[in-house]
Design a protein around this ligand. Sequence first.
Ligand SMILES: Cc1cc2nc3c(=O)[nH]c(=O)nc-3n(C[C@H](O)[C@H](O)[C@H](O)COP(=O)(O)OP(=O)(O)OC[C@H]3O[C@@H](n4cnc5c(N)ncnc54)[C@H](O)[C@@H]3O)c2cc1C
Length: 517
Amino acid sequence: MTEHYDVVIVGTGAGGGTIANVLANAGKRILLLERGDFLPRELANWDPEQVFVDGRYVSPDTWYDADGRGFQPQVHYFVGGATKMYGAALYRLRPADFGGIRHADGLSPAWPVGYDDFEPWYTKAEWLYQVHGAHGEDPTEGHWSRPYPWPAVSHEPRIQQIADAMRDAGYHPFAAPCGILLDEARRPASACIRCATCDGYPCLVHAKSDAETIAVRPVLGLPNVTLLVNAEVQRLETDPAGSSVTGVVVSRNGQAETYSGDIVVLSAGAANSAAILLRSASDRHPGGLANGSDQVGRNYMFHNSNAVVALGKEPNDTVFQKTLGLNDFYFAGDGRPWPLGNIQMVGKSNAAAMRGEEPALTRLAPQLSLEEVARHAVDFWLTTEDLPRPGNRVTVDGEGRIHLAYQAGNADEAAALYGELRTIMDHIGLAAHHLLDKNFYLHMSIPVAGVAHQAGTCRFGADPASSVLDVHCKAHELDNLYVVDTSFFPSIGAVNPALTVMANAIRVGEHLVERMA
Ligand SMILES: Cc1cc2nc3c(=O)[nH]c(=O)nc-3n(C[C@H](O)[C@H](O)[C@H](O)COP(=O)(O)OP(=O)(O)OC[C@H]3O[C@@H](n4cnc5c(N)ncnc54)[C@H](O)[C@@H]3O)c2cc1C
């Protein structure tokens, strides 16, 4: 079966869903191919045990590490992709992130565009995704051309106390940007949110600004939009010259189907998009489609993140905890030789999700039950930048299975950031603290499996010898193939990646509308 569209889009997450919204509203005839289905709306969406302990929404998939051991990656194959589970902390990269930055373990390379080029798209993404925030509080942020569409989500009393104490101690806490469909004039966040600030949970009432709710659903009724779910793209075919994609080969409900479009946009996530290109090797592209540079699959990045549970004497009855950020250590300076990264709050911990860590946590405070530990916990998320390294890479084997070789970087910076947080906690009276492996939150058996912030496998750049995509995210070697998921990142910065993917998808979408006109 062959059907032809203006644009075929593979994947409906932050990149694919957002570009679909732009192209659909411009009247283009688009086909969305999504490997997963709609995420079911059910009470289990808000059940920490089902979500964190049982991994109910982690899609069954097996990848292989560098030693050939199989593991289940933390992937979410649904309409909306990983954004169905994300924390909706929608940060812009800092202006300096677009330039080269020296780190303890090497160079974070410059982007082929600057912050000023990107700023209009950030603004559009913030308005599309209904971001709550406050400009002017974070000394590291860049300029903005328009305020946030919504005021910052208010801190609940315990978080306000912590913010005040940080400020009194000379730090610069700021209101974290949150993508949430909430009008506090009518209802406070604590009353509306049952699921500890969206972080890691799907939202049963569709109040989280995810790609399904914001970008895909609103265009599904349009006559120019077709969405096929349970449609897994296997590979791309080209014309005999190898210069255009002519077929998108799909396995749908066990049947092989082929679709085509004037333009094909790949947005299956950094690992899956690289795998699709590598599986599409042909005589014209023997190392994989668009891979003359041998960069497809390389430079895989993932933030060096740590979750920290701090215990204070006072209970922390916060529901919506993810309202505070701190970038005082984002860059080198003040005696620090290296940039350390971002500190933010993470979804409020609870006893059910903490069960796996019970022995360590109850050792910290033996007089408290696990329920009381959870009640007194204040939860921080530390993010240090990872660097693109050629050896950190996605490959596929003869059967098309994904292999991921990965070694974390910048461990010294991550440790120093934790040290800074300990100092802050001493200042503000959170004396007992404990560094938990991030697997506690992501509930994974080995670190390589925590692929939530995967990026970098098809980086964009001006030089076809060292990049896969050009400045418009078009493959250098093909005239109609674009990639708009996190693959395009040449470096990842130390803030959450989704807003940058969304902004870029709007940028590329508008470019395509112009191109097709
Ligand atoms: C628990 C969790 C919390 C997070 N919190 C935050 C946060 O607070 N802030 C933030 O900025 N980021 C956060 N992230 C990361 C963020 O969600 C991702 O960076 C973002 O969604 C990446 O967008 P993408 O388009 O690259 O991929 P995705 O959004 O994952 O979209 C990829 C899509 O492609 C589909 N797909 C895959 N393979 C195929 C195939 N072969 N054929 C067809 N379809 C395919 C997938 O099903 C999916 O729909 C979080 C992620 C997780 C998992």
